[in-house]
Design a protein around this ligand. Sequence first.
Ligand SMILES: *Cc1c(COP(=O)(O)O)cnc(C)c1O
Length: 459
Amino acid sequence: MASDQTRFLLPENEIPKQWYNIVPDLPTPPTPVLHPGTGQPVGPADLLPLFPMEIIKQEVSTDRWIDIPDPVRDAYRLFRPSPLIRARRLEKLLDTPAHIYYKYEGGSPSGSHKINTALPQAFYNKEEGTKRITTETGAGQWGTALSIACQMVGVECTVYMVKVSFAQKPHRRTLMEAFGAQVFASPTNLTNSGRKILADDPDSPGSLGIAISEAVEDAATHDDAKYALGSVLNHVLMHQTVIGQEALRQFDLAGEYPDEIYGCVGGGSNFAGLAFPFIRENLAGRTKTKIVACEPAACPTLTKGVYTFDFGDTVGNTPIVKMHTLGHNFIPPGIHAGGLRYHGAAPLLSQLVDGGHVQAVAYSQMETFEAALQFARSEGIMPAPEPAHALRGGINAALDAKAKGEKRVILIGVCGHGNFDMVAYEKYLSGELEDYAYPEEKIHQALETLPTMGLAARV
Ligand SMILES: *Cc1c(COP(=O)(O)O)cnc(C)c1O
């Protein structure tokens, strides 16, 4: 029996005590990560200049459950458990027999899910003596989350912010600085990577791949500094599984179980955080939930990319991983879902898409903004442009249920609010926003840049 409640809330003592690692439950083991210079599998020693030992251990762990340290759980209390909300007003607006639920991460201090991993990453660095953490940020959510986490644990923070976002979102920069971070518009002339890009193109708008190159180089060339990544890597996806674990419990309270789950994908972390605990149920044969990854047509990594080995960054400083990729030289157009403009996708998510356990779909910018406003005008929350993709997927499913007269239970990941995205909404409302789908031939050109080394044979 479905509950007649609207918000499903858990008490603080039900904040998960462990993160869920999907690796031991995968049908096949993950592909090794390769050294960018030698093409050989990387060992812990290769990663130590960049990450604290505990993070490296988590990155390669095959344990299903990893304990969340008490100080991290304590900080989680500021905003977790996050609510699961039945979107009754959106259901009414769509006039659908479907039950729509959303898991809302926008109420965290940083306004998105990113702080779920920023806190443990800052914590482990502090424990192992790191003085300063470097990182990149696109739309600014990750930089904000890491700035807050660094401030809380007492580590310095240097953020390389993609230049177009730096210009589009000046308040994001101020927010990071308010939390004590030092913020640079990337490409900078402070690193070899940045100087190389600027030599070719002094007006480069920057990209996430370029900013990663700069942040990695900064950490690798300074002994007291380490690097933190806000998405893509196994440990980041694992930290986010607090979202899905809570949602499973909350569906118990709701007296229902999702038939379909929609999340947006940039690198894959909020999607994995929500979906992996449900995929575990699917893989164990207990459920048959349809799991859908929603991405922008302007950066169609999972739907148009190739599943092969590629660098994580643009310049080629990072390890080579097997993932869906558009090629590391791919510079996505300046669409407004800044957090979704990455050339690759998380290896664990790529593997699940390749194995058919997760479906992928791409939506154009205009249709996602339309969905975002339907959600905002019914539920009263401005979503970030990124989860607007998940909302598009979920709303389409609810409309399909209506057309077929089916009762379905739909779960949507609303991973952040859009209160810093007013320039994008202003453009949409004034009719200035345009659709853009990445041309096929340009995708093929970008794919020509995949690393050779004999091991990058297309799969
Ligand atoms: C960073 C971000 C994303 C994209 O990153 P994922 O790792 O794919 O989750 C999506 N939405 C929001 C709100 C973000 O901050």
